[in-house]
Design a protein around this ligand. Structure first.
Ligand SMILES: [Zn+2]
Ligand SMILES: [Zn+2]
Length: 115
C-alpha cells in the first residue's frame, strides 16, 4: 500500500486521513487563548471593569466629558496610556465618557479613512 504525503509533510497510508487537521485546529485554539490572555494583560481585564465602574459610581451620575450631554456609562483615558500602566491606572487621567462618543473618538484618533 503506497503512502501519500500529506501537505503537512507527514506520510500516511493511502486512504487514511492525516490527523494534522485536528492538530492544526488545536493549535489555532491555543493561539486564540493566548491572544485573549495578552488582551487581558494589557489592562482591559476584570480589574479595570470593576475599578472603573466603582470610580464612575462614586461620581454619582456624571455626564460624558465630551459635552454631548449624555450620561457617562464608561471611563475613558484623557491621555491614551498605550501600555503605560501608571497612566492607565492614574485616576487623574480618567474621565467619564459615553461609549458611542468613545468609539467616535477612537476612530478619530486612529485617523479612520474619510470617516
Ligand atoms: Zn498532515
Ligand atoms: Zn459624549
Amino acid at each position: 500500500m503506497p503512502n501519500v504525503i500529506c501537505p503537512c509533510g507527514f506520510s500516511v497510508p493511502k486512504g487514511t486521513r492525516c490527523d494534522c487537521a485536528t492538530k492544526r485546529a488545536a493549535a489555532r485554539q491555543r493561539e486564540n487563548d493566548q491572544a485573549r490572555g495578552s488582551a487581558a494583560s494589557r489592562g482591559y481585564d476584570g480589574k479595570w471593569a470593576k475599578e472603573s465602574k466603582a470610580w464612575l459610581a462614586a461620581l454619582g451620575s456624571p455626564l460624558c466629558a465630551c459635552g454631548c450631554g449624555q450620561p457617562a456609562n464608561m471611563v475613558d483615558h484623557v491621555i491614551a496610556p498605550k501600555g503605560d500602566k501608571k497612566l492607565f491606572w492614574s485616576r487623574s487621567n480618567w474621565q467619564p465618557y459615553h461609549d458611542t462618543c468613545n468609539r467616535r473618538k477612537a476612530i478619530k484618533s486612529e485617523g479612520g479613512f474619510g470617516r
